[in-house]
Structure formats: structure tokens, C-alpha cells
Design a protein around this ligand. Structure first.
Ligand code: Z5A
Length: 204
């Protein structure tokens, strides 16, 4: 969810990987490449041209295709860990459910964009939409075009995330309402449990 603390947690997680000596790269979606960042500008500009749900989806996926080919695959091929601030579950929740395009159809198009690459672990940071928005207000972040949809749209997206997190391979639902440190502790716990061979002797 917006304002759940994804960027904060992705950075803390990447810092932790650095501390324990695991090479990694951090990227964000939409964005992460020159093309992706240009598309991000179009997608999120609240004063820009409006667009249909279909155009929004295809722009998200155009950015993702570049991100996977130019950033994610080369990072994984080099043996490093890729940390992504948002990935395909966002598209299933926002465009598949929130925009009503249907999760199955979005999954099909997404597979084309990613050439089937999946994340090993997806952490879904869950907060009520109102708390996410309050955090963003406090952080004084201006609302982007999608956030401007308002709290009822975001509650639909939240329900979609909670349901998708139950079935999506590798997804874990975390309560992101507590403090930054507590959520980071939960993130570490998930990774240590999932990949004990990498973290047991490197708790950092
Ligand atoms: N979108 C989509 O529709 N389909 C897709 O496929 C993809 C994206 C990939 C851009 O995403 C928009 O694109 C987004 C979904 C859509 N629009 N909406 N809604 P984004 O990730 O760039 O934007 P965002 O979700 O709005 O992220 P954000 O505002 O950067 O929120 P965040 O990363 O979750 O939170 P944060 O930046 O880490 O923290 C926000 C503030 O809360 C900040 O002041 C922090 O200090 C504070 N914070 C963080 N954690 C805590 C805790 N635990 N307690 C108290 N305060 C906290």
C-alpha cells in the first residue's frame, strides 16, 4: 500500500544486506531504468493527460520489461540479490483489481513483460489506507495521479493485496502499522527463516 513504508523498508533491507556482506542492487517500480523513469513521469503526473486503465497497465508493463531486462536479470546473473520497491503484485492489485482489468488477464500480459521471471519472496506491507495516507501527509509527499483516487479505491487495492498475498508463490503478508524498527525486524525474520543458509552465520 502507498505510505506503508516500502521505500523505507527496502532501503533498510538493502543496508542490512550490505552489513552482512551480501551483494545486492536496489531498484524501484515503475522506474529503475532511463525508460522506466520516463514512463513513471507520465504515469504519476497528476497534472498530465488522463489515461484509460488499459493504457495505464501497458505503460506499467513497458517499464517493467525494461527493468527486468536491463536491471533484474543482469543483477541476478552476477550472483547478487535484487531488492525491488514494488513488483508484479502491485500490478495485479492496482490494475487487475483496482482498475477492474482482471487478475488473470493482467498476469498473462505481465508474463510477457517479465518473460516469466518471478520474485523468490514478495513482502506485502499491509496498513489501512488511511494510515498510509496519513504517513504520506506527514512526509509531505505530494499525491500522484493514482494516489489521488482516494481512500475507497485504496481500500479495494488493500483487500486485493491481502487476498493475493495468500495465494501468490513466495508472498508474505506483514503488518506494517508498527514502528519502522519493528517492521524491519519482521522483514529480517522472514528472510532468515526463508534463507537460513545465507543468514544463519551473518545476522549483522
Ligand atoms: N503502481 C501501480 O498502480 N501498478 C504497478 O504495477 C506499480 C505501481 C509498480 C507509484 O508507486 C504508484 O504506482 C503507486 C502505485 C502505482 N501509486 N499509488 N498509490 P510508489 O511506490 O512510487 O509510490 P507509493 O506507494 O505512493 O510509495 P510511497 O509514497 O513512496 O510510500 P512507501 O514507499 O510505502 O512509504 P515510505 O516512502 O517508506 O514512507 C512514507 C512516509 O511514512 C515517510 O515519511 C516515512 O518516514 C514514514 N514511515 C515509513 N514507515 C513508517 C512506520 N513504520 N511508522 C511511521 N512512519 C513511517
Amino acid at each position: 500500500m502507498e505510505g506503508a513504508g516500502k521505500t523505507t523498508q527496502a532501503r533498510l533491507f538493502a543496508d542490512w544486506l550490505g552489513e552482512v556482506g551480501i551483494s545486492h542492487r536496489l531498484g524501484r517500480e515503475p522506474g529503475g531504468t532511463p525508460l522506466g523513469e520516463a514512463i513513471r513521469g507520465v504515469l504519476l503526473d497528476s497534472r498530465g493527460p488522463g489515461m484509460s486503465a488499459e493504457s495505464e497497465l501497458l505503460l506499467m508493463l513497458a517499464a517493467r520489461a525494461a527493468f527486468v531486462r536491463e536491471v533484474v536479470r543482469p543483477t541476478l546473473e552476477s550472483g547478487a540479490v535484487m531488492v525491488a520497491d514494488r513488483f508484479e503484485l502491485s500490478t495485479f492489485a492496482y490494475q487487475g483489481v483496482g482498475r477492474g482489468l482482471g487478475v488473470e488477464e493482467v498476469e498473462r500480459l505481465n508474463r510477457f513483460a517479465t518473460s516469466g521471471l518471478r520474485a523468490d519472496v514478495t513482502m506485502v506491507l499491509d496498513v489501512p489506507a488511511s494510515l498510509g495516507q496519513a504517513r504520506q501527509r506527514e512526509g509531505r509527499k505530494e499525491r500522484d495521479r493514482i494516489e489521488a483516487e482516494g481512500v475507497s479505491f485504496l481500500e479495494v487495492v488493500r483487500a486485493a493485496y491481502r487476498s493475493l498475498a495468500r495465494d501468490h508463490p513466495g508472498a508474505v503478508l506483514l503488518d506494517a502499522s508498527p514502528s519502522v524498527d519493528e517492521v524491519h525486524r519482521q522483514v529480517r525474520e522472514v528472510l532468515i527463516t526463508r534463507f537460513p543458509e545465507h543468514f544463519s552465520s551473518r545476522r549483522g
